[in-house]
Design a protein around this ligand. Structure first.
Ligand code: NAD
Ligand code: LMR
Length: 336
């Protein structure tokens, strides 16, 4: 049995993500929570014939946590796309003021109700909201580094798709983006220069101009969507696809007992792995590839990277340090 709870299920990401999760046979129960309309979304999805149990939960008042707790009861996986998205001209860090408290409040209840669950944070700024989740779980004494993730899968989807397109443009070769999965990966964080695409031998297909264009597109793919949506939000459908890819991997690990390979933003400091001391000296969090089973992350693998990618990572780490510290301080600031 695998129960998934989506917090923010009625939103632009929440709805298509919930639809995809509704169709996944490894997920036996789907619980949808939002401050608005989660019952409507759950009722709509409940008409799709599957064996899955589905329920929607909406708070009865501003202070009511009973519905959130009911939604979280028995959850194996908690996915959090709750919060505000960007508008043109904003950075992800501009969302901190609102989303930090939302994520902290939701993770607090998850830590109380389902402390063993996998926690998957989608809400931005991921580089700060994940440290917030971690510090909140630490304060409750239920933190398990093997089970808390920032969902950076969209950076990998973008890299696979944009690289496949760039190779076709540069060489005429057709490379199915599915064949790039796992071979090219975005590491680092989830914003601008903190995103570091690792291309392996595929880099040889691109001139330096084409490489620079690809790098910019992967690092600023989010801005491309925000601009195109003209004030009506940020990536939702591609993000739902990305979130689904990540959650379906976790579900397969839980239901089928598989060991899966995934990439996400993790606190690697206490996890077994091959992260070099030169990186560990600066940050405790990075998006990195890892193997995962039903107990969580088993081994974090630091990929082989080129000299140029090393330089990009140094820039990423400098920026990440500040964004991680902002999240940590938000939870640990002294109470006045
Ligand atoms: N990690 C990524 O790669 C990635 C990609 C795209 C978007 N995002 C982020 O995901 C978040 C959501 O984006 P969206 O487009 O779905 O926004 P949206 O506004 O369409 O949906 C957000 C939903 O969250 C709900 N919500 C707000 N406060 C809540 C609370 N306390 N409890 C439960 N639900 C609450 C809202 O009612 C709304 O339905 C944004 O922060 C966005 O920046 C992250
Ligand atoms: O760009 C955003 O604000 C949303 C998301 O983080 C993305 O990468 O598309």
């Amino acid at each position: 049995m695998v129960k998934v709870t989506v917090l923010g299920a009625a939103g632009g990401i929440g709805q298509p993500l919930s639809l995809l999760l509704r169709l996944n046979k490894n997920i036996t129960e789907l619980s949808l929570f939002d401050i608005v309309n989660a019952n409507g979304v759950a009722t709509d999805l409940s008409h799709i014939p599957t064996e899955q149990i589905i329920h929607g939960f909406v708070p009865k008042s501003r202070k009511d946590v009973s519905q959130l707790r009911a939604a979280l009861q028995g959850a194996d996986i908690v996915v959090i796309p709750a919060g505000v998205p960007r508008k043109p001209g904003m950075t992800r860090n501009d969302l901190f003021k609102i989303n930090a408290s939302i994520v902290r409040g939701l993770v607090h209840q998850a830590g109380v109700v389902c402390p063993d669950a996998f926690i998957c944070v989608i809400s931005n700024p991921v580089n700060s909201t994940v440290p917030i989740a971690v510090e909140e779980l630490k304060s409750l004494g239920v933190y398990n580094p093997a089970k808390v993730f920032g969902v950076t899968t969209l950076d990998n989807l973008r890299l696979e798709e944009f690289l496949s397109t760039a190779i076709k443009g540069a060489t005429g070769k057709i490379v199915d983006s599915a064949d790039l999965r796992g071979d090219v990966i975005s590491i680092g964080g989830h914003s601008g220069t903190t995103i570091v695409p690792i291309l392996n031998a595929w880099a040889r297909n691109l001139s330096s101009e084409k490489y620079d264009a690809l790098l910019h597109r992967v690092q600023y793919g989010g801005d491309e969507v925000v601009k195109a949506k003209q004030g009506r939000g940020s990536a939702t459908l591609s993000m739902a696809t990305a979130g689904y890819r990540f959650v379906s991997s976790l579900s397969a690990a839980l239901r089928e007992g598989k060991t899966v390979q995934e990439v996400a933003f993790v606190n690697f400091a206490q996890l077994p792995g091959s992260v070099p001391d030169s990186v560990k000296a600066h940050v405790e969090y990075l998006s990195l590839p890892f193997s995962l089973n039903a107990q969580g992350v088993q081994f974090v693998r630091f990929p082989t990277i080129s000299a140029n990618e090393e330089k990009l990572l140094a820039v990423a780490v400098g920026q990440l340090r500040q964004e991680i510290a902002r999240g940590v301080n938000f939870v640990n600031k002294p109470k006045l």
